[in-house]
Design a protein around this ligand. Sequence first.
Ligand code: NAD
Length: 371
Amino acid sequence: MQTDIVRVELGSRSYDVRIADGLIDRAGAEIAPFLRRRRAAIVTDETVGALHLARLQAALSAHGIDSTALALPPGEGTKAWPQFTRCVEWLLDQKVERKDLVIAFGGGVIGDLVGFAAAVLRRGVGFVQIPTSLLAQVDSSVGGKTGINAPQGKNLIGAFHQPTLVLADIGLLGTLTPRDFLSGYGEVAKYGLLGDEAFFTWLEKNGPALAAGDVAARQYAVKRSVEMKAEIVARDETEEGDRALLNLGHTFCHALEHATGFGDRLLHGEGVAVGCALAFELSMRLGLCSQEAPSRVRAHLRAMGMKVDIADIKGDLPSAEGLLALMAQDKKVVDGQLRFILARGIGESLVASDVPGDVVLALLTDALRGR
Ligand code: NAD
């Protein structure tokens, strides 16, 4: 199958996202033009490392590129100071210099953590994203947001640091667990919901084949998602305006992730899916969209076998007031006002900073009562 190339246009910091099945076998050829000397430091997680690292290193060495690798524990818990410190100190031990490249080889956790390490190492070294989860391919590897979590909340420590190149190998998605795959699908559906109804309609039709392993469908979904993200990021790199639309569902998601301990109870993309359903329900309650829109969102997520309602999250959760307080911690708060991404319909999102707190509270109360 052909390679799709999406250009992220950011002036001197522009870069390509290359998308193809089997791309990591060509990683040496793809990366070599960006290297000043033929060496690279790879950071991965233990799961991805065990499955795919040998193939990546073989592809690099076929082009005379020496590589060393560090594997961090898998999971969201890694995205915090202790593993971050370990990663930065390991990169210093590898004598990574200003003009060397660091390779982030893994899901969004690795991409965010390693990108942030690259941003601060020697005041900034280049890095290549080789995203291996669906979520990382369609979202976190593109756009330059890097960082780690703090006890006070998610992604509160970080930097904007754009990669030099992104290589998305569709074939690697084949080893994801169905749960991790579907979690990433939450972000894919988000793109249709926020700005492209035709894409959402395509997903309603092709989503099941995509989940079942159809590589062509996966490649199309990754390409379309990346195109949408690249276009928004090019317009608003540092989230002064339109980039906030990419946060559809995320204000709810971050509060739910916080409440469930940023772990296995609720994966990020699962929280995005639940958050999107809540954002459409809120939009309907505020009279912005018809009743049909949230029903269609929920029906598709349900058909894909995803978490849709707060009731699908196992275990205890805070009260509605508690969840609202967690939302107020979110970094999308501007001058103390909660910002929500709402919708006039499927594919028509908008940023709203004047949502009445009592409507949100009533929505959360009803959602928790459904449990
Ligand atoms: P993750 O990195 O934890 O990966 C999920 C799981 O899949 C892990 O256990 C990992 O080991 C495993 N995995 C990854 N690739 C695999 C493969 N090919 N085969 C088998 N297993 C594989 O999580 P994620 O869902 O990729 O990313 C979530 C993170 O991304 C969150 O921390 C979120 O905040 C962040 N994020 C960042 C941005 C951004 O713009 N920077 C955007 C969205 C999400």
